[in-house]
Design a protein around this ligand. Structure first.
Ligand SMILES: *Cc1c(COP(=O)(O)O)cnc(C)c1O
Length: 388
């Protein structure tokens, strides 16, 4: 791919998020990459193409975004989809009936749902293990295991998996290692550098960053896998539109400053929550007592800005959700606005009660996506909401 003329091997990610792949439009010099709102492209003549034929196959704005994501994740090929679920669904279509995939037991509820309620019907098999325990993954391997799919930190319990170690296990057994990197983004964690084969994202979250656009990404390194995924993407057409691609390019420009602020706020909030009399447990990878703290230090440059916490009673949950004002009671995460969700009834409603209880996703658990507001205002809001 043709990249920005200033890039060298030493260019930092804070610079790359701002400048993207090509960065500007070489025809006009426009520094905001143009929105090519065209479904189709004129051919100069028979057997001639500008490189663009039809926007389901390729579109210049989407291509700039796809290449930007490939650069940020340090992969070779990027693919932009209309949502995170469309991206995950397309990756699953790279597998065949009868194959088995080992999956994190604590994960986004929609991912669990598409595995269990859609792809099981097409003959794929899934089993769920605690992927913060690499030996548990090894034990789960079967003759037909074709892939391992993890989130780290997991949603909502924030368990951290050792990406390098799992990559070794997956490679030794000739299976594909897929990491959902939505929570940390390539600004903090680059699984492909640690040995993963495929990275998926909900671009709706930190990458978009403003709670205004649905998007999904896949980034990978292997040419054969890229050709297969390209075939799936152009055949199905669950692609990101030119305008939404531009919104994502714009969102990504501020990824580093947003995440810096969000993580700073999150660390302060996690410490404050820990000391509150009505809070029983705090799950945040940035707390030194968290089981995944040391692995996080080793494989990531940040702890993210997602915190889950358990309050004293289910009654208090209802009060908190009714009283909260600065923090908004809404699903989703990763945007500039702080959001609070009730995983049991929202993001994880599709996960069976037995699994939820084992994980700790109970009727007292709340999940906080920390935004960029002043942290004192966030604390004051939680303070008044958490009064018994
Ligand atoms: C939101 C989310 C998804 C799904 O992405 P959509 O853009 O909502 O389709 C997948 N994985 C994780 C970790 C998520 O948070």
């Amino acid at each position: 791919m043709e990249t920005h003329d200033s890039y060298s091997g030493k260019t930092h990610i804070e610079t790359k998020v701002v400048h993207g792949c090509k960065g500007y439009d070489s025809n006009t010099g426009a520094i905001s990459f143009p929105i090519y709102q065209s479904a189709t492209f004129r051919h100069p003549g028979l057997n001639q193409s500008t490189g663009y034929d039809y926007s389901r196959l390729q579109n210049p704005t989407r291509e700039e975004l796809e290449n930007t994501m490939a650069i940020l994740e340090n992969g070779k090929y990027g693919f932009a989809f209309s949502s995170g679920m469309a991206a995950i669904s397309s990756v699953l279509k790279m597998f065949s009936p009868g194959q088995h995939i080992i999956v994190s037991d604590d994960l986004y509820g929609g991912t669990y749902r598409i595995f269990e309620e859609v792809y099981k019907n097409y003959g794929l098999e899934f089993s769920y293990v605690d992927t913060s325990d690499a030996e548990a993954i090894e034990r789960e391997y079967r003759a037909n295991t074709a892939a391992v799919f993890i989130e780290t930190p997991t949603n909502p319990i924030m368990k951290v998996a050792d990406i390098g170690r799992i990559a070794g296990i997956a490679k030794a057994r000739n299976s594909v290692f897929i990491v959902d990197n939505t929570f940390l983004t390539p600004y903090c964690q680059r699984p492909l550098e640690l040995g993963a084969d495929i990275v998926v994202h909900s671009g709706t979250k930190y990458l978009g960053g403003h709670n205004d656009t649905l998007a999904g990404f896949v980034v990978l390194k292997d040419q054969e896998q890229a050709e297969r995924l390209k075939l799936i993407q152009k055949s199905e057409g669950a692609v990101l539109s030119p305008f939404d691609s531009w919104l994502l390019l714009r969102g990504i420009k501020t990824l580093s400053v947003r995440l810096d602020k969000q993580q700073k706020n999150a660390l302060e909030l996690a410490g404050w929550l820990k000391g509150h009399k009505n809070v029983k447990k705090v799950y945040y990878a940035g707390l030194p007592e968290h089981a995944g703290y040391n692995i996080s230090l080793k494989q990531a440059t940040g702890f993210g800005a997602m915190i889950s916490f358990e309050v004293a009673s289910a009654e208090l949950v209802e009060k908190v959700l009714g009283r909260i004002k600065v923090i908004l009671f809404a699903e989703s995460l990763g945007g500039v606005e702080s959001l609070i969700t009730y995983p049991m009834l929202q993001t994880h409603a599709a996960v069976p009660e037995e699994i939820r209880n084992r994980l700790g996703v109970n009727d007292r658990l709340l999940r906080l996506s920390v935004g960029i507001e002043n942290v004192e205002d966030l604390i004051a809001d939680l303070e008044q909401a958490l009064e018994a």
